[in-house]
Design a protein around this ligand. Sequence first.
Ligand code: ARG
Length: 572
Amino acid sequence: MDTMTRIAALTAECIRSIWPDQEGLPDAAELRGLLAVPPDPTLGDYAFPCFRMAKPLRTAPPKIAQALCAGWTRTDVASVEPVNGYMNFFLNRANFAAEIMETLEREKDRFGSSDIGCGKTVCLDYSSINIAKRFHIGHLSTTMIGHSLKRIYDFLGYTTVGINHLGDWGTQFGKMICAYKLWGSKEAVEQGGVDALTALYVRFHEEAEKDPSLEDQGRAWFKKIEEGDEEALSIFTWFKDMTLRDAARVYDLLGVTFDSYAGESFYVDKTDRVVQELRDKGLLTRSEGAWVVDLSEDNMPPCLILKKDGATIYATRDLAAAIYRQETYHFDKCLYVVAYQQDLHFRQVFRVLEKMGYPWAKDCVHVSFGMVSFEGEALSTRKGNVVYLDDLLSQAVEKALGIIQEKSPDLEDKETVARQVGIGAVIYTDLSNNRIKDIDFRWDRALNFDGESGPYVQYTHARCCSVMRKAPDFSGVAPDWSALTDDEAQTLLRLISRFPDVVREAAEKFEPSMITRAVTDIAQAYNKYYYEHRILDGEPAGAAARVALTDAARQVIRTGLWLIGVEAPERM
Ligand code: ARG
C-alpha cells in the first residue's frame, strides 16, 4: 500500500471513530482522491481539506480539522496539525523512508508496475509510415509516443498489440510504377533507394503538368495492382520491401518494434463488407457522384467512403481496420498515435463506427500530438525543408561521441555509449513536453549534459551505478533508515514514492512526457542529495541506507528511461 492510500485509510478510521453513526462522510477511497500535497512543504507532506465534511456534519471546516487532529492516534505514521480548514500530515520521516526502501527492495525492477491491465488488450497504431517515402522527423513523435505507450501499458499488465498501419495503398503507387517504367531502371532504383522513388514521383507530377495523359497511365497501373497483375505487383512489392528495409534501420536504432505491419493494403479485401454494411444500415448517401456518410448532425463534413469511380479511400480502410482489430484482438482500447492534422479524420471515422452501432467505438482514441520543428525552422516536404531521421540520429551519435571523447577520454566502448546517449537525447527531447505542444528540436538543448536532457538523466544513472560499484558489501548490515530523514533524502524519497502513480497517470492520459518529467525530477533530486551528503562515509548502518537510496534512484531512473524508450548506460 502506498503512503497516500495508507494515510487515507487511517483518516477514514479516525473519522469513523469520532463520528461512528454519521452518514455521508468520505470513505478511504474518496479520501485518497481528496488528499493533496501542500504547495509549501512547511505545511506538511499531505493535507486533507475538511470542507468536504462541512455539510454532513453541519460544522465549520476549522472545527472539523481540530476534532480530527485531536482524534489522531497513529504517530508512527504521521503527526498532524490543524490549519484553518485543513488537517495537515507530517510523515514520520524514518518510517516513511523504511516503507519505501523496503518496497523497492522487494519489487526491484517491477517497482511502478501493476496488474491493473491483466486480461485487457490495448491496440496501438503508431509510426504508420508511408511506402516510398523516406523516414523523416515528422514521423518521430508518432513512433516514439506509440512505442513508449506500448511499454507503459505492458508494464501495467495489459496485453498490447503494436501496429504499423503502413500507408501502402492508393493511386500514387500506380503513378510511381508508371514513372519507373518510363524513366527509371532497376540499377538506378537499387542504388538510389527510397530517394530514387521519391524523385520518380516528383518527376511524374512535373511531366503530368505538360502531358495530362500520364495521369491515365498512372491510373491504369494502379488498376493493375488492384487486379493482381504480376508485373505491377512485383514492382510494388519491391518498392515496399525497399522502404521497409530502410525503415528497419531506423527502428533498430530507436529500439522500436511492432507486432503487426498490417497496413492499408491489408484491408483492401475487407472494405466491401464495410460498404455493404453501411448501405444496409442506411448510412450511405450519394453526394456529387460519390458515396458518403452524412455527419451534418455532428457538425462535421461528410465522411467520404467511395469516390466517384467506386474506389475506397483512407477512411474506408480505417473503418475496415478498426472492425478487424476489434474482431481479431477484442481490444479494450485502440489508440491511434497520429498528428493533430488528422483530428477531423479520426472524429469522422469514430463517429461513423458509432453510427454503425458498434459500442466499442468509444474505446477508439486519437492520441494527437503537435509539430516538430528543427532549430527554429518549420519542416515541410514541399519546400524541400526535410530532416531525415537516419541523418538526424547519426548526427546525434556523432555529436555525442565528440562530447564523450572530451569529457571522459578513458571511457571504454565509447561508440556504444555515444549511440545510447545520442539516440537517447533525440527521444528524450521528443517526449519531454506535453504531446500536444509543438517541439523545437535544438542540438544545444538536446545534448546539454547539465540541463534538462536525456544525457543529464543518463549521466545521473551512471553516477548512481558508479556509487554502487564503489560501495563496500553491506549485505550483512541492517540499514538504518533514520539516516534518510534529511530534507534532500526525503525529497528524493517522495518523488520515488510517487512513481507508480505517475506511470498509471501517464497511461490514463496517454502522456509519456509525465514519465520524462518524473525521471528528470528524480535525477535532479538525486544530484542534490549527492552533493550535500557523503554517501559512503560514517557508520556502516547509515552508509548502507544511503547506498540503498542510491540504488533506489538508479532503479527508478532506469525503469523510467526504459518506459520512454531511452537506454541507461552504466558508465558515461
Ligand atoms: N500513414 C499515415 C500518415 O503518415 C498515418 C496512418 C495512421 N493510422 C491510421 N490508422 N490511419 O499520415
